[in-house]
Every structure is written in structure tokens, then in C-alpha cells.
Design a protein around this ligand. Sequence first.
Ligand SMILES: Nc1nc2c(c(=O)[nH]1)N[C@H]1C(S)=C(S)[C@@H](COP(=O)(O)O)O[C@H]1N2
Ligand SMILES: [Mo]
Length: 556
Amino acid sequence: MVDLHSRPSTGSDPRRPTAPRPLRGIPWWSALAGIASGLVLLAVSGVCSLAFSSSSAPLIAVGGAFVDVVPPGLKDLVIGLFGTRDKLVLGISMLLVYAVVTGLLGILAARRPRTAAVLLALLGAAAGVFVLTRAQNSAADVVPTLAGTVIAVVSLLALVSRSGASPSADGQDGRKAPARPGAFPSATASSSTTVPSSAAAPPRRTLIAGTGVLAAIVAAGAQGLATSRDLSRKVAQFVLPTPQKRAAPIPAGAQVDVAGMPPFVTPNGDFYRIDTALAVPRVDPTSWSLRIHGLVDREIALDFSQLLAEPMVESHVTLTCVSNVVGGDLAGNATWIGVPVARLLERAGVQDGADMVLSRSTDGFTASTPLEALTDGRDSLLAVGMNGSPLPPEHGYPVRMVVPGLYGYVSATKWLTELTVTRFADQTAYWTSRGWSERGPIKTASRIDVPREGKDVEADGEGAVMLGGTAWAQHRGVRSVQVQIDDGSWLDAELGTAVTSDTWTQWALRWADARPGEHTARVRATDGTGELQTSQHADPAPNGSSGWHTIRFTVA
Ligand SMILES: Nc1nc2c(c(=O)[nH]1)N[C@H]1C(S)=C(S)[C@@H](COP(=O)(O)O)O[C@H]1N2
Ligand SMILES: [Mo]
């Protein structure tokens, strides 16, 4: 209840009518009011951003800018600690910093509402600048941030004035009331009126702040829902073209018979995802286009229906991330459908002197692919299909590149929109300018999937233990895999049926005389050219990890 009567000024010091209100209780509620206004900014701009670019939401734009400038060392540290949850960690960290900043603004607002309002507006304006600098954003994309900022500023002023945390600047209230006990001093204190009683204030503030938070949560939920529905509708409407050149079906024997092995074909939902995009870019296929230009005789522009009208090729290709550590799982194998890049390059007419194609995505990511890898006959595709479905949004819908044999950072551009035929000497790609190698051929790798590191296994009735794993050397193929247990001799593993040189190979080894106790196992592969995988340890930076995967396990 709100007591509309002014209370007697008992307890206040008549000699110091402007004495500061006791700190107890105040900053907490003011801080909450500030945080609630901050959330209002995020919620309103988040909902509005649905109608604009996916990076028009201020948090996404600021976070995206942060991802672009974060020093590689810090990035490696975060990925080392949190793996592919690095985006979640960044999001939570940003929200915490934001809560502190808006909380402080709230506390300030209790004393100086106008100053706090101006600072909040400046905060929103700064976010707006970040929105404008993101590659896929146009000037209109600043609208959600502006809308959110205006409503947040109004909310902040309303919250601090109604909550009684500051003297009201509400001049419409004609009643003259004496200053409340403990009311904050302010420039407007003598001319303004303050009505709400402090006794009723905390529950009311709770209600208002709570409503703000609730509104934010509901709005955020609605945003997520609407975003995913919007995209999945478009993906569902798209009928995957029938490839003119089909890939040979995957033989059953490609999957080795060892319990606990990952599937030979990685389901889309389990396929690793690596990119710099904090929000999955929403690319409207009806307005999508691809531009091929640079050192070409004829520039080419294709819209989505023109691309789909091209003859399609189907191919099984294993993708690998350069950031994969020895034994890591940043690799996935899929059946892709797409248009050979070579055909479009041929139509454009590549000029002499070109040695690289810089592919660019809607969000400004770039990859430098050696021209040769796109024209030497391998299945380098502008892919529109993945495992029988349209590309999932996280994997590049509507179009991405797939190049067998090269790490993703130099080849696998998702949300593709531009190909520039150029020279390594003239242009640099996203990760190259951040210290990674300009070229990224995939290194021969092998790993042990079964048993897992540190696991207890039981020998079968005959005293044998099954080991299994995966090896890859895309576009060279895997010739053989060998396993060493403890410090014994190298044993030849049995390989799954080979599919193509562009896919990974599974291997199995039956260790016949498994002795109880602790053991180590290490694995190495030989590629299709006969070259043995190096034992030399290398970290992922700058051009991929190397070394033999070694695990410890115990036979019970
Ligand atoms: N637009 C865009 N495309 C991108 C990236 C990116 O950050 N942005 N990352 C690349 C990297 S480093 C890898 S390993 C692959 C991963 O593809 P996936 O997420 O479909 O597995 O995408 C590549 N394509
Ligand atoms: Mo990657």
C-alpha cells in the first residue's frame, strides 16, 4: 500500500533537512532498478532485432566486435578451458559486466537521475556504434538499439522516481509535500514533491524490478522462439536439388564393429560447430546472392535459384578444424551436395597471376583458399546440402564452401556471399591476420576413440580387449594405422572399408593378450602417399596440431 499522506518528520534532523538518506537498503534497490533498465534495453532491442540483421542486437554486436579483437592468447586460453562453450562463457561474462555497469548507473540514478539517464543513453549510443561497424549490418540495423535505449532510459527514470529512491522530478503532481525523512538532496528537491512512503517502497520496487526482469526473460524467450521458427520455416521450404553426380553409397564396413565408436557419418545435430558468429547469421535465401570477382575476365553474380539450377555434385568429405588438439573431436564427416567451385571459376575466367580465392561470409569472415585446391579436380563445392538436408543455419545456410584437404579456417566459409580471385601477396584472411598460417593443409591425424582416456575396460572371454579409433589425411587418404600398447611393437590395425581419400577412416584392433593392469596405447597413421604421421608434438597454432595420440587405460 502507498501512504499518500506525508509523514511527520520525526527522526530527521531539523537542522540538516538535506541529510543523506541512510545507505542501508538504498543502493540495493537502486542498483536493481538500473539492472532492470539495462535488461529492458536488451529485451526491447533483442525483440526488435528479429526484424533486422542477426547482429543488430547490441549484445551480439559488441560481443562480435570483442571476438574480432580478442588477442589469440586469451582466445586459446578460453577455448582450452571451456572448449566450444566459449561463446556461452563470453555471453555470461558480458552480462555480468553489463549488470555491474547498469547497477552502478541505477545507484547513480538515485542521486542524479538525469546524469544517469544521459550515461545510459551514451551506453546505448556506444552499442549503436558497434552495431554499425558489424560487416552484415546496414544503417537501419541500429534501430533496435536506439529503440531499446530510449525505452531503457524512460524505464530508469520511471523506476528511480516511482521507487522513491530519488526525489521525483514529476512536476505534474501539484501537491506540495514536505521533504520526506531522509530524502536525498538534489537540485530539484525543493521544487519537486515526493509522495510515496518509504515504508511501502521496498515491496513496490521489488514488484517493478521483478516485472522488468520477468518481461526481459519472456521477451528473450520469445526472441529465441521467433528466430528459430523463422529460419526453420525458410529451410523447410527449400527443396534440396537432386545431384547430377551422386556419391557412391557408404559401405556398411566403413563403420568398424567396436562398441562406442562415433558414427562414420556425423549427424548434422552432432557435427562440431566452430565460427566467430555469436548469433547464427540469418540469411534470407530470397535476397542472397554470390558475387565472383577480382582477377577474372567476367564478374559473375548468382542468386540462390540460379545457383540451385546449376548441376549438383554429391560428395563425402570430412571437415577438420585447425584448432583440434591431438585426440580431439573438432572433426566431422558429412555427405555434401553442391556446385563445384571450379565450374563457376572457369565461367568467370581466372586471370594469370591469381593464386588464391578469398571467400567472404555475410558476417565479414574471410578464408584464403589456394586457387589450386579449387581447380585441381577435387570435390571443392559451394554446398547447399548436408546429409540429405539443407545446410542447417549453424553450418552455413544457405551456402557454404567445402574443400577436401584444407582446414576449415582457410576453406569452409559458411554463409558465403563473395569470392574474390586474388593473390596471397595481395590479401589476407580473417585468421591469417591474427597469426595463423595463410595456408592450412590438413595434417595426417589419428586418434583412439575406444577405450576413452582413463577408462576401466574388461577383457572378453578370451582375454582380449577391442580398441578402435579414427584417422584422417584428407585428399591423401589413409593407407594404414598402427597401434602400440605399452612399449611393445607396433601392431597393424584393421581399417574400415575405405570410402574416398577425402573422408576419415575408422580402425579397429583386437588386443589378444590383454593383461590386467594399467596400460598405455598410442596410435599413428600412414597417409596415402606413404608418409608416416609425425610424432613431433605441435600445438594447434599456427597451422594445426601434430603428435601421436596416447591414452592410459586399465584392464580389470
Ligand atoms: N562465416 C564463417 N565461416 C566459417 C568460420 C567462421 O568463423 N565464420 N569458421 C571456419 C572454421 S575455423 C571451421 S573449422 C569451419 C567449421 O565448420 P562447421 O561449424 O560447419 O563444423 O567453418 C569455417 N567457416
Ligand atoms: Mo576451424
